[in-house]
Design a protein around this ligand. Structure first.
Ligand code: ZN
Length: 489
């Protein structure tokens, strides 16, 4: 009989500074599958799609339990975490003769009463399946890897790139697991935490210090004694104890794993100041430069309201500045605000009206603005195909004041950083002067339009000025919050 692998995934990236809690409905709205639907997916469908395609080719029997993800956001409510875990553990309990468990997790998911949800999940699974069952895990490299996670899993593999290549990460984990099984290797683990955090400004792995650090791990993996080496620059808005960057190496010997993880840790520490270099501009400066650019489309990163980092998407700080300016060309900007959307729909297409927009979920970081404009177009909710997949997108409204084209969205969804959001409303993105993206890293979908990229130093739940937050749970000392004279591993 073919060996049986349980396949499951529960994933969300938590921003502790977004006060809007994440609920079960948020997971259901984003991606929620159970049973065979978990594994009967194309190879391109995320981490699990990639993993399953590899394992299926090797004739493993795959048993799906739950696969769900929510948009990044606030902490999970206790009920949400409890319910998702219950589905996972019940599914595993009801499956006979399990040879292995594969989990696609994030690594930076926080619940109201649990800082380390992944450590909790993996150790609960371990309790159920016993010490002889293999547990393999894929983690987003923005994870805060904990000892509890490393103790409970047999192997954990981090993503290699930002922007992330999900399917490829699932394939890599499958390859690592197959290598361990087929070559009868025993993975010895070393996890080293580096006491540092850094903002998102240098998170792309295509260049700069991040490339240098990740390249070292790839180089290390060429060593035949190394099974897999992962680097984790944790996402910087997670306010939990023992937070910090992580280096995780699995090797054929304890000594090899340890010396290699130390090498990765030392490299991150030596590069620490470079990760804090920034090209951010003040909001006023950003808009002034973008407005004068002769060849649009200028892509503006609203760094403080990065949805993929967990911000709410209703921060009005950029719009507050824009309405003071004489905008030379069309400006495209999204705002998530269900109440304003309903007000606009009530007014109707072609009508001039004043809407109270934004600043509700981002209260404390953003004003709520009264803006007079015209409702130009609307779209119904439905599934939208983009970036090689389909995702549910809520209703949208195009609300215009002169050159300012605000797209009001009902829900926080992936479309917020994709041209299809505007195209569906009849807007030609190539004719815009500026487009605002609610991300600090995922500009790839606008690449064909982009003349230049400006990073606005905007306030918000994902702002880059990490020192301005009120941290409650952080373990000290940690760079750059504390002055660490001499860090030894
Ligand atoms: Zn990530």
């Amino acid at each position: 009989m073919a060996p049986k692998i349980i396949v499951a995934g529960i994933s969300q990236e938590t921003c502790s500074f977004n006060t809007v809690k994440t609920t079960l409905q948020d997971f259901k709205d984003t991606y929620f599958r159970q049973g065979h639907e978990v594994v009967d997916i194309p190879s391109t469908d995320g981490v699990i799609g990639g993993f399953c395609s590899m394992m299926r080719a090797k004739n493993y029997s795959l048993e799906g339990v739950i696969s769900t993800k929510s948009m990044s956001g606030g902490k999970l409510t206790t009920e949400t975490f409890t319910e998702l875990k219950k589905i996972l553990l019940t599914g595993i309990k009801n499956t006979k003769n399990i040879d292995a468990v594969f989990l696609a997790l994030h690594g930076a998911m926080e619940a109201e009463d649990e800082f380390d949800t992944e450590g909790n999940i993996i150790s609960e699974v371990r309790k159920l399946v016993g010490k002889n069952c293999f547990i393999g895990v894929t983690l987003d490299h923005h994870a805060n890897v904990t000892k509890k996670m490393a103790d409970a899993a047999n192997v954990m593999v981090g993503y290699e790139t930002q922007p992330h290549l999900l399917s490829e990460s699932g394939i890599k984990t499958a390859e690592v697991m197959l290598d361990i099984w087929e070559n009868k290797r025993t993975p010895h683990v070393a996890l080293i935490k580096v006491p540092m955090l850094a903002p998102q400004d240098n998170f792309l792995t295509s260049g700069g210090p991040m490339k240098e650090w990740f390249d070292l791990a790839r180089e290390m993996e060429k060593d035949p004694e190394i099974i897999v080496a992962s680097t984790f620059p944790t996402q910087p808005w997670l306010d939990v104890p023992d937070n910090g960057w992580s280096c995780l190496v699995y090797a054929d010997s304890k000594e090899k794993a340890k010396t290699s993880a130390e090498k990765l840790a030392r490299k991150a520490w030596d590069l620490r100041a470079k990760f804090w270099r920034s090209e951010r501009l003040s909001i006023a400066e950003t808009i002034k430069i973008a407005n004068e650019e002769p060849n649009g489309v200028v892509v503006i990163s609203d760094t403080g309201d990065a949805i993929f980092g967990g911000a709410p998407g209703d921060n009005m700080s950029l719009i507050a500045e824009m309405i003071k300016c004489n905008l030379h060309g069309q400006v495209l900007i999204p705002v998530v605000d269900q109440k304003a959307l309903n007000q606009a729909l009530k007014a109707g297409i072609g009508k001039e009206t004043t809407l109270q927009i934004g600043g509700k979920m981002s209260a404390g970081f953003s004003p709520e603005l009264n803006i007079k404009g015209i409702v130009k177009a609307t779209t119904q909710a439905g599934c939208l195909a983009f970036a090689g997949r389909t995702a549910y997108v809520g209703r949208t409204v195009l609300f215009e004041q002169g050159n300012l084209k605000i797209v009001i969205m009902e829900k926080r969804d992936y479309a917020i950083n994709h041209p299809s959001l505007y195209e569906k409303l009849g807007i030609d993105v190539s004719k815009a002067q500026m487009v605002v993206l609610k991300t600090g890293s995922n500009f790839q979908y606008f690449k064909k339009y982009q003349s230049r990229l400006l990073r606005a130093d905007s306030p918000g739940a994902t702002q880059s000025d990490l020192t301005a937050f009120k941290w409650k749970n952080m373990t000290h000392p940690i760079y750059p919050f504390d002055d660490i004279k001499d860090w030894r591993i």
